[in-house]
Design a protein around this ligand. Sequence first.
Ligand SMILES: [Zn+2]
Length: 451
Amino acid sequence: MTGAAKRQPAGTTGTTTTTGAAKRPVPRPKPPPRPVRPTPPPPSADSALPLPKLLTARLHAVKVRPYLADALFALRVVEDRSVPTMAVDPYWRCYVSPAFVARTPVEELAGVWVHEVSHLLRDHHARGERYAREHEAHGPGEPLRRNIAADFEINDDIYGDGLPRPAGAVHPELLDLRADLLMEEYLRTASLSGLTSDLAWLDCGSGADGRVRPWDLGPGGAFGLSRQQRDAVRFRVAEGIRGRPGTAPDGWRRWADEAFHPPQPWRRLLGAAVRSAASAPGVGENHTYRRPSRRSAAVPGVVLPSLRRTPPRVCVVIDTSGSVSDAELGSALLEVAAISRAVGGRRDLVSVISCDAAAGIAVPLCRAEGIELIGGGGTDLRSGFARALRTRPRPDVIVALTDGQTPWPSAPPPCRTVVGLFPRPPRAQDKEDPGYVPEGPPAWARVVTIG
Ligand SMILES: [Zn+2]
């Protein structure tokens, strides 16, 4: 999930540039500068990418926006002459026009780096696709509207402090809109259609709006970051910003707080799950959980849980199917870290299973360098549950982190189950087919909402 991210000074307009006069007068008392179509590349067919200049620009970006350094260095440069300026894809590739780099000043290029990486950190492609699903906005002009709204979200406060504002920056002032909204809010509150003809050249790539471009190398191509790597970069940037208050502006701090929401109270959830497991028929073999703790003798009438003395063994099944976003997987990793803390830091008691249509092996947390989340296909968590129950020693609690769009085991597993749900609106087909009843998590699971 993500929700949302917002603001801060950094970046610049990805697509921006240079010169020219406004195409049409703006009927407003104080017109902001009109976006300007980038100057077309010079005819020299074989201009090579001035890579040192591009990398110098990235270093400048790192210098003036140090809290984005991990993300800036994670972008993979792909030279492509068909790209108008610079554009990103969801796999953290940055497609670069050699002619654009050649004609753009270094400081302005630094702004483009920050702008492009902001699209990816803020998860604009997934958020844009989600917005389109929820609002059934699938018309031909929609990707451009999403790109404009995403640029509004990024560009309203990124200039200054070493990043000059380029002439063609797409900015909420163009429509007299407030400067601190999110992409979704711009899409909801403004039609943006008055801008689309002026901004037909605007193209920040599929990483900004989710629409695949001709130059995209796709999920399997070279140079792309894996899901795990993408999660790790976003997580490191957010942790860095939260860990050093004062270094990043408000908008990025809000992003860091919201991109990875606070984890669930796992100590309580697991404690409750294990206590009720102990009293459930047939699953109470572990007497430890029945026995009141010693301190309860001193507190008449109160039975304290014994969880701290005998923490439960937890197997976390993470839904890695294609419908779960990178940001949600990032949240899932946070929950796993919180679960590990809840069992007293006993990483040996926690294992993780990636599961899309098929389940991966159970990886004990104590042996995982970083947790590798593999998936991207359809969803069937039943295989994840089966795999969890085959692990030895058997888990006391299964935690499933999922968007819920999966078949569930028909019978309750012989241990307690907590389902952490990534919230989803009703799917389009649910609305179209009145006879279709989406299958919620089963009654035997304790359900909490993540995010
Ligand atoms: Zn952009």
